[in-house]
Design a binder for this molecule. Structure first.
Ligand code: DAT
Ligand code: MG
Length: 148
């Protein structure tokens, strides 16, 4: 089953939105496979956002994502990578539709509450950056027979 890396960013943790974010993915029918509250080191931040290295906002991005604890998660389910991106909404909360996480809770692009992998390749890379094999928990949910 497909897996993705989702993370409540420091603004979301400070604003008490961890439960709200978790609730949305749980209620959708996806399965939580791993989760932890953690500080991101500057080195991990630079690896995680390596694709944006040349962008003018890279320094601010690294500073922001390391400014407070994040809530890192692995979620599993059919088409979870693309569906989670839809549930997050557009990168800039000003463009994100109401009903999406960024549309409901964010105002500015720099503080947009949540990160989610944008492709199978980035999901695999990001899960590997943040989670060891032992930190991912495999288990069966009987309710899945009513989702799939
Ligand atoms: P996403 O997080 O939707 O995948 P992205 O990968 O293009 O978006 O950018 C990563 C993060 O960088 C984004 O969540 C917020 C920040 N960011 C993007 N564009 C920005 C900009 N123009 N100014 C400041 N921060 C920006
Ligand atoms: Mg991205």
């Amino acid at each position: 089953m497909e897996q993705t890396f989702l993370m409540v960013k420091p603004d979301g943790v400070q604003r008490g939105l961890v439960g709200e974010v978790v609730k949305r993915f749980e209620q959708k029918g996806f399965q939580l496979v791993g989760a932890k509250l953690m500080h991101i080191s500057s080195q991990l931040a630079q690896q995680h956002y390596a694709e944006h290295r040349e962008r003018p906002f890279f320094g601010e991005l690294v500073e922001f994502i390391t400014a407070g604890p994040v809530f890192a998660m692995v979620w599993q389910g059919e088409n979870v990578i693309a569906t989670a991106r839809q549930m997050m909404g557009a990168t800039n909360p000003a463009d994100a539709a109401p009903g999406t996480i960024r549309g409901d809770y964010g105002v500015q692009v720099a503080m947009n509450i949540i990160h989610g992998s944008d492709s199978p390749e980035s999901a695999e890379r990001e899960i590997g950056l943040f989670f060891s094999e032992e930190e991912k928990v495999a288990y069966e949910k009987t309710i899945d027979q009513w989702i799939y």
